[in-house]
Design a protein around this ligand. Structure first.
Ligand code: AMP
Length: 606
C-alpha cells in the first residue's frame, strides 16, 4: 500500500484530508490514469481520431468521403457528415445480412449491440468490434478506485447487485444481436475477472448468467438475503432495476423465508447451474428466516433496504436522466442512503464516469474519458449550428473547447466505425476536472415517456393514439386532446394517457371494455422495448384516464396564466408538474387499464 495523497487531491482536493486514507497501488494507477487523461484531453482526442481514421482508412464508408489518407481533425470535419442511426441503416443492414467486407470498420464486426428505439420502433443494431470490450472493461476498472476515495472499507464486504442478461438473437448473416450488458456479462472479461476485494458480489456468475430473468432474480435475491450482513452496497444498473428487485422481495418473501428456513431451493428454480451453485450457499437458517418474516410481513416497508442490509453504505444505481423520477421511492426504501451514479455509457460507446460519486443526484456530473472515442459536440441552443445537411457541415466543438453553462448534443466517432454519429443525448457543461469538461445529463432528445429501458417519443405516442382511436369510430367518438404521464408512484410504473373525448351520441358512448381495448391497442402499437418491458413486468398495464370536456382548455388557461403565449401555446404531450397533474386528475371521469400483455418475442420483425 502507498499513500499518494496528491492523487486524492487531484481528484478532489476538498476531500483529500477527509479521506486521508492510503490508496492501494492498483487504485493509485487508475487514479493516475484519470489524471493523465483529463489533463491531456486535446492531445488524447487528436491521437484517438488519428488512430480511428488510419485504421479505418480503407473502409467503404470513409473512402466515400475521400479523405485520401488524411487523419487530421480539419479534413475529417470538413469531409465527413454528421449522421443519425437511420442514415447508417443501409450499411448496418448489409452487415447484418452477412456482408463481411470492411464497410464501416477494418476490424471485423464481432456482434451487434441492441439499443432502444429506432423511428421504426425496432431496436437499433449497433455494430461493435471485439476490442471494444477492453475499453468497456477499462472504464469499469476506474469506478471503484474513485468510490474508494469517498467510502472507506468496501473491501470488507460485498456488493449486492441485481444484474441480468437478456435474450439474444442472430441476424440473417449470423451475427449475435444482444444488449451491451448481456455481451459484457457473457464475456471472459466479466466471467473470468481477477479477484478484487473491492468488487466482490453476493451474486455468483451462474445466477447473473441465468437466461430466465425470474430464476436469476430469485437466486440473486436469495444470495443477498443469506449474506445480508456482509452487504456493503446495494445496486443495479438503473434505479428501475433496483426497485424491481424490491418489488420481487415484496411478492416472494414468504418463499425466500421458507427456502432459508429449510435450506432447500424453491423447485421453480430449475436452471441446473443455478441450483448447483445455490446448493453450496443455501443452508438451513431458521433464525434468518424468522428475521426476514418479521421485517417483510410488516405493512410499512420504509427503510426496508437498511433494515435487511444494515451495513449498506450507499446505493449504486443511475438516477440521472429518466431515472430521476425514482429518487423519492429509493429514498423511502433506503432511509436516504447516498445514491452513487458512477458512470455514463451507451451501446455505441462507454463515455465516462462521475468523479464525485457520493454527490447528490441533482449535482451529478460525468467526466468523459477522452480515450474512449473521438467526441464532438453540437451546440444545442445555437440554431445555426443545427443544420446537419451534408453540403454545409454543422460547426461542431471539440471536447477540449466546450464552455461552462452551455448545452450540447453528443456526437461520437468510434473505433467500431461510427463516424460523427448523433447519440441523441443533450448534456450541459458544469465545470472542468483538469482540462476535461464535466457534464450534467440533461435529457435524451425527443423522449417523452420512460419507465425502465423503454423510451417513447412524441411520434410513437401519437401513432399509438391514432391506432387506438380507430376502435372509437363505431361509437362516433374521437380523441379531441391527449397528454401523458409516466406514473412511477407504484412499482412497476406505468404509462397514463389522459384523453378528452368527443362523444357525438351519448347513448352509444364507448364502454369500459372498448376503452380497455384502446389501452391494449396502444400498447400493441408502442415500440419493441416497451412491449418487452411489459412482458417482463417492469412496466405495468397502460392506463387511459378520460377527462371531462373542456379540461384541456383549462390546461391552456392555466399555462397562459403562468405566462405562456396564446399564439404559441401547444398542448404538452407529457406532463409531470404537480399543479397540472392535480388539475387533470380532478377532472377524470373514468379510468381504464390494458387487460392483456402486448405481443413480444425476441425475434425481430424484419
Ligand atoms: P442504450 O444504448 O440503450 O444502452 O442507452 C444509452 C442511453 O442511456 C444513453 O445515450 C443515455 O441517454 C442513457 N444513459 C446512460 N447512462 C446514463 C446516465 N448515467 N444518466 C442518464 N442517462 C444515461
Amino acid at each position: 500500500m502507498i499513500s499518494p495523497s496528491s492523487l486524492i487531491m487531484a481528484v478532489d482536493s476538498t476531500l483529500s484530508s477527509a479521506v486521508g486514507a492510503s490508496v492501494s497501488e492498483k487504485d493509485a494507477k487508475a487514479l493516475q490514469f484519470i489524471e493523465e487523461m483529463t489533463k491531456n484531453v486535446d492531445s488524447v482526442q487528436e491521437r484517438i481520431l488519428g488512430e480511428i481514421l488510419s485504421r479505418n482508412a480503407d473502409t467503404e464508408y470513409l473512402k466515400r468521403f475521400q479523405l485520401n489518407g488524411a487523419t487530421d481533425r480539419d479534413t475529417f470535419k470538413s469531409k465527413v457528415p454528421v449522421v443519425t442511426y437511420e442514415d447508417l441503416q443501409p450499411e448496418i443492414q448489409r452487415i447484418a445480412n452477412g456482408d463481411k467486407s470492411p464497410i464501416l470498420s477494418s476490424h471485423p464486426i464481432s456482434e451487434f449491440l441492441t439499443s432502444s428505439g429506432t423511428s421504426a420502433g425496432e431496436r437499433k443494431l449497433v455494430p461493435t468490434i471485439h476490442e471494444e470490450l477492453n475499453r468497456r472493461q477499462l472504464l469499469y476498472t476506474l469506478l471503484m478506485p474513485v468510490v474508494n476515495l469517498y467510502v472507506p472499507g468496501l473491501d470488507k464486504g460485498k456488493g449486492l447487485y441485481f444484474l441480468f442478461i437478456k435474450a439474444e438473437t442472430k441476424t440473417p448473416g449470423g451475427l449475435l444481436a444482444r444488449p451491451v450488458l448481456t455481451s459484457y456479462y457473457k464475456s471472459d472479461h466479466f466471467k473470468s475477472r481477477p479477484y478484487d476485494p473491492f468488487n466482490v458480489y453476493t451474486s455468483p456468475n451462474e445466477t447473473i448468467l441465468c437466461p430466465d430473468s425470474i430464476q436469476s432474480m430469485y437466486a440473486q435475491m436469495l444470495c443477498g438475503l443469506i449474506m445480508r450482513e456482509e452487504v456493503l452496497r446495494v445496486g443495479a444498473v438503473f434505479a428501475s432495476g433496483l426497485l424491481k428487485a424490491i418489488r420481487f422481495l415484496q411478492v416472494n418473501w414468504k418463499q425466500f423465508a421458507h427456502d432459508i428456513e429449510t435450506g432447500t431451493l424453491n423447485p421453480k428454480v430449475t436452471d441446473p447451474s443455478v441450483r448447483e451453485c445455490m446448493s453450496k450457499i443455501l443452508k438451513p437458517n431458521p433464525e434468518l428466516a424468522a428475521f426476514i418474516t418479521k421485517e417483510c410481513s410488516e405493512e410499512n416497508w420504509e427503510c426496508i433496504i437498511t433494515r435487511i442490509w444494515p451495513n449498506t453504505k450507499y446505493l449504486d444505481v443511475i438516477v440521472t436522466g429518466a431515472m430521476a423520477q425514482y429518487i423519492p421511492t429509493l429514498e423511502y426504501y433506503s432511509g436516504g442512503l447516498p445514491m452513487a451514479c458512477t458512470m455514463y455509457a451507451s451501446s455505441e460507446c462507454y463515455f465516462g464516469l462521475n468523479l464525485k460519486p457520493m454527490c447528490k443526484p441533482s449535482e451529478v456530473s460525468y467526466t468523459i474519458m477522452p480515450n474512449m472515442a473521438y467526441f464532438e459536440f453540437l451546440p444545442h441552443d445555437d440554431s445555426s449550428a443545427q443544420d446537419s445537411s451534408r453540403d454545409s457541415p454543422p460547426r461542431l466543438v471539440d471536447l477540449a473547447d466546450l464552455e461552462v453553462g452551455k448545452e450540447y448534443e453528443l456526437i461520437v466517432t468510434t473505433y467500431a466505425g461510427l463516424c460523427r454519429y448523433r447519440v441523441g443525448d443533450i448534456l450541459r457543461v458544469t465545470g472542468f476536472h483538469n482540462a476535461a469538461p464535466q457534464f450534467r445529463f440533461i435529457r435524451r432528445k425527443n423522449v417523452l415517456l420512460s419507465i425502465d429501458f423503454d423510451k417513447t417519443d412524441e411520434s410513437e405516442l401519437q401513432q399509438a393514439i391514432e391506432n387506438a382511436s380507430v376502435l372509437l369510430k363505431e361509437f362516433n367518438t374521437s380523441v379531441v386532446e391527449y397528454t401523458s404521464y409516466a406514473d412511477t408512484k407504484q412499482i412497476p410504473g406505468h404509462y397514463v394517457i389522459y384523453w378528452e373525448l368527443f362523444v357525438k351520441d351519448a347513448a352509444n358512448a364507448p364502454t369500459d371494455e372498448v376503452l380497455s381495448q384502446c389501452c391494449f391497442q396502444m400498447e400493441e402499437s408502442l415500440n419493441v422495448v416497451y412491449r418487452q418491458c411489459r412482458v417482463a413486468d417492469s412496466i405495468g398495464p397502460l392506463e387511459i384516464r378520460v377527462v371531462k370536456n373542456g379540461t384541456f382548455e383549462e390546461l391552456m388557461d392555466y399555462a397562459i396564466s403562468r405566462g405562456a403565449s396564446i399564439n404559441q401555446y401547444k398542448v404538452p404531450r407529457c406532463v409531470s408538474f404537480t399543479p397540472i397533474m392535480e388539475l387533470l386528475d380532478s377532472r377524470v371521469v373514468s379510468k381504464h387499464f390494458s387487460p392483456a400483455l402486448p405481443h413480444w418475442t425476441p425475434e425481430r420483425r424484419r
